[in-house]
Write a protein that binds this ligand. Structure first.
Ligand code: PLP
Length: 293
């Protein structure tokens, strides 16, 4: 139900369809964003809209998919998707994909299509998970698609491993997976960046094996500016997570999510740590406009 912005027009949810020969459905070449609008005093406000649009355009550029719309048009499409559906808060999914104009890897007549959908998605994780933290398993799948170039793009084809990793973790009774990079260093969750805290310092993997997360950037700013913490971007090993005082994931969907256990080892006290809790509050105040950007 509702409206979806497709190639410049608002169409009915049920009419926003693609053909089975959609190129991106077959080969996975495409890119997308996950964006949120929060309920604020000024109505629904999209958090860091411009940064998400900028990343979408960077992703399309990396994939060599020429964007048929301007950044302003894509910003306006996202605002309209929230407004026209009367959503008090929303998850937004802009996506760029090749159409069904051709098949095969050599197709050279493909059109680039863009859509923006918005819907109400109450909470990705339960309130208890946000308070007590989640159990995580290191995955047997790696972020092997993600090398120095591809971590800058939020590309469709990158998510097969994320999905395999997450379903493996869920089947073994955990709530999220931790993926390692090619060389065995900690990369990220299936859809989140990771941070660890040790002796009051905040560590996170550098941007060679994980997505340049917008929540990651926000949390780095908050930790620096509001808490005066040192932030160190470096390669992190699995055992550094085991012996951390605190660890948490960040993401548009997951927000700031404490990790209480990795591979059966409790992290710190096995409960949400004090710095994680402060960052959760600061992040919440930021997205809901309680604190100025
Ligand atoms: N890493 C991956 C693989 C993701 O899919 C996401 C999701 O959005 C993130 C990290 C977190 O990025 P952001 O904070 O921009 O949502």
């Amino acid at each position: 139900e509702g409206l979806i912005w497709l190639d410049g027009k608002m169409v009915d949810w049920k009419d926003a369809k693609v053909h089975v020969l959609t190129h991106t459905l077959h080969y996975g070449m495409g890119c997308f964003e996950g964006v949120r609008a929060y309920e604020t005093d000024k109505g629904a406000q999209i958090f860091r809209l411009q940064e998400h649009t900028d990343r979408l355009f960077r992703s399309a550029h990396i994939l060599n998919m020429p964007m048929p719309f301007s950044k302003d048009e894509i910003n306006a499409a996202q605002i309209a998707a929230v407004r026209d559906n009367n959503l008090p808060h929303a998850y937004l999914r802009p996506m760029v994909f090749f159409g069904s104009e051709g098949m095969g890897l050599r197709a050279d007549n493909l059109k680039v299509h863009v859509m923006v959908a918005a819907w109400e998605w109450p909470s990705y994780m339960s309130p208890e998970a946000k308070e007590i933290g989640i159990k995580v398993q290191t995955s047997s799948y790696t972020r092997h698609h993600v090398n120095i170039t591809m971590c800058k793009a939020k590309a469709n084809g990158n998510y097969m491993n994320s999905m395999l990793a997450l379903s493996e973790a869920l089947r073994s009774g955990c709530e999220e997976a931790l993926l390692l990079d090619n060389e065995g260093y900690v990369a990220e969750g299936s859809g989140e960046n990771i941070f660890v805290i040790r002796d009051g310092k905040l560590y996170t993997p550098e941007l060679t094996s994980c997505l340049d997360g917008i929540t990651r950037r926000t949390v780095i700013e908050l930790a620096k500016e509001e808490l005066g913490l040192d932030i160190i971007e470096k390669r992190i090993t699995r055992d550094e997570v085991y012996i951390a005082d605190e660890a948490f994931f960040t993401g548009t969907a997951a927000e700031v999510l404490p990790i209480r256990e990795l591979d059966g080892r409790l992290i710190g006290t096995g409960r949400r740590g004090p710095i994680t809790e402060k960052l959760q509050t600061l992040y919440f105040d930021q997205v809901t406009g309680k604190r100025a950007e």
